[in-house]
Design a protein around this ligand. Sequence first.
Ligand SMILES: Cc1cc2nc3c(=O)[nH]c(=O)nc-3n(C[C@H](O)[C@H](O)[C@H](O)COP(=O)(O)OP(=O)(O)OC[C@H]3O[C@@H](n4cnc5c(N)ncnc54)[C@H](O)[C@@H]3O)c2cc1C
Length: 366
Amino acid sequence: MTIATTLTPCDLDAIAALAKSDLAPIARKIDEERVYPEAVLRAMGGAGAYGTHIGGTDAAVDLGPAILSMAKASETCLSTGFCMWCQDALAWYIASSDNDWLKTNLLPGIAKGEILGGTGMSNPMKSIAEIEPLRLKGTRVEGGYSVKGLLPWVSNLSEGGYFGVMFGVEGDGGPRTVMAIAHADAGKGVKLKLDHDFVAMGGTATVNVQFRDVFIPDEYVIGDPAPAFIKRIRAGFVLLQCGMAAGMIRSAIDQMEQVKGPLGHVNQYLERQPEDIEAEYDALVAEVLALARTPYDDTDALWKRVLQARLKGGELAVEAAHYAMLHCGARGYVSQGAAQRRLREAYFVAIVTPATKHLRKMIAAL
Ligand SMILES: Cc1cc2nc3c(=O)[nH]c(=O)nc-3n(C[C@H](O)[C@H](O)[C@H](O)COP(=O)(O)OP(=O)(O)OC[C@H]3O[C@@H](n4cnc5c(N)ncnc54)[C@H](O)[C@@H]3O)c2cc1C
């Protein structure tokens, strides 16, 4: 199936084929040896995975194909699915802004996977929800901002990549926040340090990012002040993550189905069966794809549905992976078993920002 959009066509069949031919054989290596699947991520861009949710009028935007592409990769490897989300989020920020310079100079390369990058927005999202203070501070200087501080985790990021950030500015018209795209350029004071100390998701090129008086030019600013812009991108940011959840849940259902032959006679006594999970999965995917057609609707009513869908995605991903482990038994518990890797990965869907607790806080506030 090929889906045409203004910037790139997305070939879902090609994405599924890539996941099978190029990703599946290295999924264990990505997990065990923390290999960053750069070639696969670039090939996904070539197949249009990062280009369907950008370009065109607000009313024409549909996040569905981007979510389905990410889900396809996440069925096999969540590190790859998450890196695809990072790439999608970066493109989403620029496409949703009115910054023509970035749209002309960076966006086409990001959409095709030629330029890789991500987003350092977990801390800002938590700061907006009053969970933790904002870590980056900016000062207005001639032609832009000088920014300092530390982001503990930014994924899909290597030297030369790009990523979305938000920093606080004191003075210059009062305290406010600004959102911009940063360039991981050591020569300009952006220092990256690989952070691999995780139980899973080690193949995500996740780095600590230190800003030492980094100059961010006005051409890289996408929201000044940031709050109105954050309101515009928030639904897309959260909804796109549902691709990771969908892929993880689908994979757990498939694992349970695969052991039905040898173990069905006893697995039938388990509380949750693949059919139960599949019914919830179908309802969730239908809701996500419906919401994906109006990502620029900034009403509280839509926002609440988005948060609830994302919460369901995280909780069902963990539950499905847990039941896949129980259904697979010892087959899943050996070190080469997919079930144990998928269970470790599944928790990431529930703890990446907005984490389950963060989502519940935001829903309670609504
Ligand atoms: C593999 C991976 C990739 C990530 N990629 C990105 C990314 O691309 N962009 C991005 O913005 N965020 C990224 N994050 C961060 C992620 O989105 C969450 O913000 C993070 O997992 C914590 O979220 P939480 O809401 O559960 O906060 P909590 O874990 O409840 O709290 C976070 C706070 O705990 C502190 N903390 C963290 N580790 C420790 C520790 N070992 N001991 C004591 N305190 C600690 C932190 O300073 C922080 O203030 C990534 C995280 C992981 C694990």
